[in-house]
Design a protein around this ligand. Structure first.
Ligand code: ATP
Ligand code: MG
Length: 262
Protein backbone atom coordinates (compact mmCIF):
# COMPACT_ATOMS: atom_id res chain seq x y z
CA UNK A 1 0.00 0.00 0.00
CA UNK A 2 1.22 3.48 -0.80
CA UNK A 3 1.86 5.46 2.34
CA UNK A 4 -0.28 8.58 2.54
CA UNK A 5 1.37 11.98 2.83
CA UNK A 6 -0.63 12.73 5.96
CA UNK A 7 -2.91 10.64 8.12
CA UNK A 8 -5.10 12.10 10.82
CA UNK A 9 -5.85 9.60 13.53
CA UNK A 10 -8.74 10.43 15.86
CA UNK A 11 -8.02 14.12 16.18
CA UNK A 12 -10.20 15.80 18.81
CA UNK A 13 -10.18 19.34 20.06
CA UNK A 14 -12.00 21.14 22.82
CA UNK A 15 -12.21 24.85 23.48
CA UNK A 16 -13.41 24.61 27.07
CA UNK A 17 -16.95 23.25 26.86
CA UNK A 18 -17.04 23.44 23.05
CA UNK A 19 -16.11 20.23 21.32
CA UNK A 20 -14.80 21.66 18.06
CA UNK A 21 -13.47 18.34 16.66
CA UNK A 22 -14.28 14.79 17.62
CA UNK A 23 -12.29 11.75 16.43
CA UNK A 24 -11.47 13.13 13.01
CA UNK A 25 -9.61 10.57 10.90
CA UNK A 26 -8.74 10.70 7.21
CA UNK A 27 -5.80 10.51 4.85
CA UNK A 28 -4.40 12.68 2.10
CA UNK A 29 -2.02 11.37 -0.52
CA UNK A 30 0.74 13.04 -2.46
CA UNK A 31 -0.73 14.99 -5.34
CA UNK A 32 -4.24 14.69 -3.96
CA UNK A 33 -6.66 17.58 -3.62
CA UNK A 34 -9.10 17.25 -0.73
CA UNK A 35 -11.95 19.71 -0.34
CA UNK A 36 -12.93 20.16 3.28
CA UNK A 37 -16.55 21.21 3.45
CA UNK A 38 -18.84 22.00 6.34
CA UNK A 39 -21.16 24.63 7.73
CA UNK A 40 -20.01 27.61 9.80
CA UNK A 41 -18.50 26.34 13.02
CA UNK A 42 -18.09 22.76 11.76
CA UNK A 43 -14.42 22.76 12.79
CA UNK A 44 -12.65 23.27 9.46
CA UNK A 45 -10.36 26.12 10.45
CA UNK A 46 -9.58 24.44 13.76
CA UNK A 47 -8.48 21.34 11.89
CA UNK A 48 -6.30 23.34 9.52
CA UNK A 49 -4.64 25.04 12.49
CA UNK A 50 -3.92 21.68 14.09
CA UNK A 51 -2.36 20.30 10.91
CA UNK A 52 -0.22 23.39 10.40
CA UNK A 53 1.16 23.62 13.93
CA UNK A 54 -0.94 26.59 15.07
CA UNK A 55 -2.90 24.64 17.64
CA UNK A 56 -2.26 21.43 19.60
CA UNK A 57 -5.12 18.91 19.51
CA UNK A 58 -6.66 17.80 22.78
CA UNK A 59 -6.06 14.24 21.61
CA UNK A 60 -5.18 12.29 18.49
CA UNK A 61 -2.20 11.83 16.22
CA UNK A 62 -0.85 13.18 12.95
CA UNK A 63 1.20 10.76 10.90
CA UNK A 64 3.15 12.78 8.34
CA UNK A 65 5.32 10.92 5.83
CA UNK A 66 5.03 7.82 7.98
CA UNK A 67 6.11 9.51 11.20
CA UNK A 68 4.11 10.39 14.25
CA UNK A 69 4.35 14.18 14.35
CA UNK A 70 2.64 17.07 16.00
CA UNK A 71 4.06 20.41 15.04
CA UNK A 72 4.72 22.75 17.92
CA UNK A 73 4.50 25.88 15.78
CA UNK A 74 3.66 26.98 12.24
CA UNK A 75 7.41 27.47 11.70
CA UNK A 76 8.05 23.84 12.56
CA UNK A 77 5.31 22.64 10.20
CA UNK A 78 6.67 24.92 7.50
CA UNK A 79 10.15 23.47 7.89
CA UNK A 80 8.58 20.04 7.30
CA UNK A 81 6.88 21.30 4.12
CA UNK A 82 3.38 22.07 5.44
CA UNK A 83 2.05 25.56 5.02
CA UNK A 84 -1.19 27.48 5.16
CA UNK A 85 -1.42 29.97 2.36
CA UNK A 86 -3.48 33.04 3.15
CA UNK A 87 -4.41 35.52 0.54
CA UNK A 88 -2.07 38.21 1.70
CA UNK A 89 -1.27 37.82 5.38
CA UNK A 90 2.05 36.12 5.02
CA UNK A 91 3.70 38.42 2.50
CA UNK A 92 5.41 41.66 3.49
CA UNK A 93 3.50 44.47 1.84
CA UNK A 94 6.31 47.01 1.81
CA UNK A 95 8.98 45.00 0.03
CA UNK A 96 9.04 43.74 -3.53
CA UNK A 97 8.16 40.35 -5.00
CA UNK A 98 11.76 39.13 -5.12
CA UNK A 99 12.40 40.04 -1.48
CA UNK A 100 9.22 38.25 -0.43
CA UNK A 101 10.13 35.19 -2.41
CA UNK A 102 13.57 34.95 -0.82
CA UNK A 103 12.56 36.14 2.67
CA UNK A 104 15.02 34.47 5.07
CA UNK A 105 16.74 32.60 2.22
CA UNK A 106 18.51 35.44 0.42
CA UNK A 107 21.46 34.67 -1.82
CA UNK A 108 24.46 36.51 -0.44
CA UNK A 109 28.07 36.34 -1.68
CA UNK A 110 31.10 37.89 -0.08
CA UNK A 111 33.36 40.22 -2.09
CA UNK A 112 36.52 41.26 -0.24
CA UNK A 113 34.82 40.07 2.92
CA UNK A 114 31.73 42.19 2.39
CA UNK A 115 28.43 40.32 2.00
CA UNK A 116 26.55 41.42 -1.13
CA UNK A 117 22.95 40.52 -1.88
CA UNK A 118 22.75 38.83 -5.29
CA UNK A 119 19.77 40.81 -6.54
CA UNK A 120 20.00 39.88 -10.22
CA UNK A 121 20.46 36.20 -9.51
CA UNK A 122 17.48 36.18 -7.14
CA UNK A 123 15.30 38.04 -9.62
CA UNK A 124 16.15 35.48 -12.31
CA UNK A 125 15.12 32.63 -10.00
CA UNK A 126 11.81 34.30 -9.20
CA UNK A 127 11.16 35.13 -12.86
CA UNK A 128 11.70 31.53 -13.84
CA UNK A 129 9.52 30.19 -11.00
CA UNK A 130 6.70 32.55 -12.00
CA UNK A 131 7.08 31.72 -15.69
CA UNK A 132 6.98 27.97 -15.13
CA UNK A 133 3.80 28.38 -13.07
CA UNK A 134 2.23 30.62 -15.71
CA UNK A 135 1.93 33.50 -13.23
CA UNK A 136 2.10 36.96 -14.72
CA UNK A 137 3.16 39.80 -12.44
CA UNK A 138 3.69 43.26 -13.99
CA UNK A 139 7.04 43.71 -12.29
CA UNK A 140 8.97 41.66 -9.75
CA UNK A 141 10.39 44.88 -8.39
CA UNK A 142 7.19 46.50 -7.20
CA UNK A 143 6.11 46.25 -3.59
CA UNK A 144 3.58 43.54 -2.90
CA UNK A 145 1.11 46.10 -1.52
CA UNK A 146 0.44 47.22 -5.09
CA UNK A 147 -0.53 43.75 -6.29
CA UNK A 148 -3.99 42.19 -6.33
CA UNK A 149 -5.13 39.51 -3.89
CA UNK A 150 -4.91 36.85 -6.58
CA UNK A 151 -1.41 37.89 -7.58
CA UNK A 152 -0.25 37.75 -3.97
CA UNK A 153 -1.73 34.32 -3.58
CA UNK A 154 0.02 33.13 -6.73
CA UNK A 155 3.34 34.45 -5.39
CA UNK A 156 2.83 32.61 -2.11
CA UNK A 157 1.98 29.35 -3.82
CA UNK A 158 4.92 29.63 -6.20
CA UNK A 159 7.20 30.33 -3.27
CA UNK A 160 5.81 27.31 -1.43
CA UNK A 161 6.43 25.02 -4.42
CA UNK A 162 9.88 26.46 -5.10
CA UNK A 163 11.12 25.81 -1.54
CA UNK A 164 10.00 22.20 -1.50
CA UNK A 165 6.52 22.39 0.06
CA UNK A 166 4.64 19.09 0.32
CA UNK A 167 1.23 19.90 1.76
CA UNK A 168 -0.58 23.18 1.36
CA UNK A 169 -3.66 24.22 3.32
CA UNK A 170 -5.98 26.77 1.77
CA UNK A 171 -8.68 28.16 4.06
CA UNK A 172 -11.23 29.87 1.83
CA UNK A 173 -8.54 31.10 -0.54
CA UNK A 174 -10.82 32.66 -3.11
CA UNK A 175 -13.33 34.35 -0.83
CA UNK A 176 -12.26 37.85 -1.85
CA UNK A 177 -11.28 37.18 -5.46
CA UNK A 178 -13.05 37.99 -8.70
CA UNK A 179 -14.15 35.45 -11.29
CA UNK A 180 -11.00 35.49 -13.40
CA UNK A 181 -8.61 35.41 -10.43
CA UNK A 182 -10.57 32.56 -8.88
CA UNK A 183 -10.32 30.59 -12.11
CA UNK A 184 -6.57 31.14 -12.13
CA UNK A 185 -6.37 30.12 -8.49
CA UNK A 186 -8.23 26.88 -9.17
CA UNK A 187 -5.95 26.16 -12.16
CA UNK A 188 -2.98 26.75 -9.92
CA UNK A 189 -4.28 24.28 -7.34
CA UNK A 190 -4.53 21.63 -10.06
CA UNK A 191 -1.06 22.46 -11.32
CA UNK A 192 0.63 22.17 -7.94
CA UNK A 193 -1.20 18.91 -7.19
CA UNK A 194 0.09 17.55 -10.51
CA UNK A 195 3.59 18.13 -9.10
CA UNK A 196 2.89 15.73 -6.23
CA UNK A 197 1.87 18.31 -3.63
CA UNK A 198 -1.09 17.51 -1.38
CA UNK A 199 -3.74 20.22 -1.13
CA UNK A 200 -6.47 20.68 1.47
CA UNK A 201 -8.87 23.38 0.40
CA UNK A 202 -11.69 24.79 2.48
CA UNK A 203 -14.45 26.45 0.56
CA UNK A 204 -18.12 27.31 1.03
CA UNK A 205 -18.62 27.29 -2.73
CA UNK A 206 -19.64 23.82 -3.78
CA UNK A 207 -18.83 24.37 -7.46
CA UNK A 208 -15.20 25.20 -6.56
CA UNK A 209 -14.87 22.04 -4.50
CA UNK A 210 -16.21 19.87 -7.29
CA UNK A 211 -14.03 21.64 -9.83
CA UNK A 212 -10.68 20.88 -8.17
CA UNK A 213 -11.02 18.15 -5.55
CA UNK A 214 -10.25 14.46 -5.95
CA UNK A 215 -12.03 13.80 -2.70
CA UNK A 216 -14.67 15.58 -0.69
CA UNK A 217 -14.54 15.43 3.10
CA UNK A 218 -17.44 16.80 5.05
CA UNK A 219 -17.22 17.95 8.63
CA UNK A 220 -20.40 18.34 10.60
CA UNK A 221 -20.33 19.56 14.18
CA UNK A 222 -16.71 18.49 14.51
CA UNK A 223 -17.11 15.01 13.07
CA UNK A 224 -16.42 13.52 9.66
CA UNK A 225 -19.87 13.17 8.12
CA UNK A 226 -18.60 12.05 4.72
CA UNK A 227 -15.37 11.10 2.94
CA UNK A 228 -16.12 10.47 -0.70
CA UNK A 229 -14.24 10.40 -4.00
CA UNK A 230 -15.53 13.31 -6.04
CA UNK A 231 -16.56 10.98 -8.82
CA UNK A 232 -18.73 9.00 -6.41
CA UNK A 233 -20.72 11.91 -5.02
CA UNK A 234 -22.60 15.00 -6.11
CA UNK A 235 -23.01 18.57 -4.90
CA UNK A 236 -26.53 17.63 -3.79
CA UNK A 237 -25.29 14.76 -1.66
CA UNK A 238 -22.50 16.91 -0.19
CA UNK A 239 -25.06 19.60 0.63
CA UNK A 240 -27.20 17.08 2.48
CA UNK A 241 -24.24 15.75 4.45
CA UNK A 242 -23.23 19.29 5.42
CA UNK A 243 -26.62 20.06 6.93
CA UNK A 244 -27.11 16.55 8.28
CA UNK A 245 -30.16 15.66 6.27
CA UNK A 246 -30.39 11.92 5.70
CA UNK A 247 -29.86 10.78 2.14
CA UNK A 248 -33.29 10.27 0.62
CA UNK A 249 -32.58 6.93 -1.00
CA UNK A 250 -31.32 5.47 2.27
CA UNK A 251 -33.87 6.63 4.82
CA UNK A 252 -36.86 8.28 3.22
CA UNK A 253 -38.92 8.36 6.42
CA UNK A 254 -36.50 10.17 8.72
CA UNK A 255 -36.40 13.70 7.41
CA UNK A 256 -35.74 16.18 10.20
CA UNK A 257 -39.15 17.81 9.93
CA UNK A 258 -41.07 14.78 8.78
CA UNK A 259 -42.71 12.10 10.82
CA UNK A 260 -40.38 10.64 13.40
CA UNK A 261 -40.15 6.90 13.81
CA UNK A 262 -41.70 5.90 17.14
N1 ATP B 1 -10.22 30.15 19.84
C1 ATP B 1 -11.42 29.62 20.08
N2 ATP B 1 -11.97 29.66 21.30
C2 ATP B 1 -13.18 29.11 21.54
N3 ATP B 1 -13.92 28.50 20.61
C3 ATP B 1 -13.44 28.45 19.37
C4 ATP B 1 -12.17 29.00 19.02
N4 ATP B 1 -11.95 28.80 17.70
C5 ATP B 1 -13.04 28.15 17.25
N5 ATP B 1 -13.93 27.93 18.24
C6 ATP B 1 -15.20 27.22 18.12
O1 ATP B 1 -14.95 25.94 17.56
C7 ATP B 1 -15.94 25.59 16.61
C8 ATP B 1 -15.29 25.34 15.25
O2 ATP B 1 -14.81 26.58 14.73
P1 ATP B 1 -14.03 26.70 13.36
O3 ATP B 1 -13.50 28.08 13.26
O4 ATP B 1 -13.05 25.59 13.24
O5 ATP B 1 -15.21 26.48 12.31
P2 ATP B 1 -15.18 26.57 10.71
O6 ATP B 1 -15.68 25.25 10.22
O7 ATP B 1 -13.88 27.03 10.23
O8 ATP B 1 -16.32 27.66 10.44
P3 ATP B 1 -16.42 28.81 9.30
O9 ATP B 1 -16.94 28.13 8.07
O10 ATP B 1 -17.43 29.76 9.86
O11 ATP B 1 -15.07 29.43 9.10
C9 ATP B 1 -16.95 26.72 16.62
O12 ATP B 1 -17.98 26.37 17.50
C10 ATP B 1 -16.15 27.89 17.16
O13 ATP B 1 -16.98 28.80 17.81
MG1 MG C 1 -13.23 28.75 9.24
Amino acid sequence: MVEPLLRLDNISHRFGAIEALRDVSFEIGRGEVVALLGDNGAGKSTLVKIISGGLAPTSGRLIYEGQDRLFASPAEAKAAGIETVYQDLSLCANVDVVANFFMGREIVRKYLGIPILQEREMEAVVASAMASAGTRIPSLRINVEHLSGGQRQAIELNRFVHWGGKLVLLDEPFAALGVEQTRRGLDMVKRIAAQGIGVIIITHIMAQAFQVADRIIILRRGEVAGNLPRAATSPEEAERLIIGEPIASQSPTTRPNGPQPS
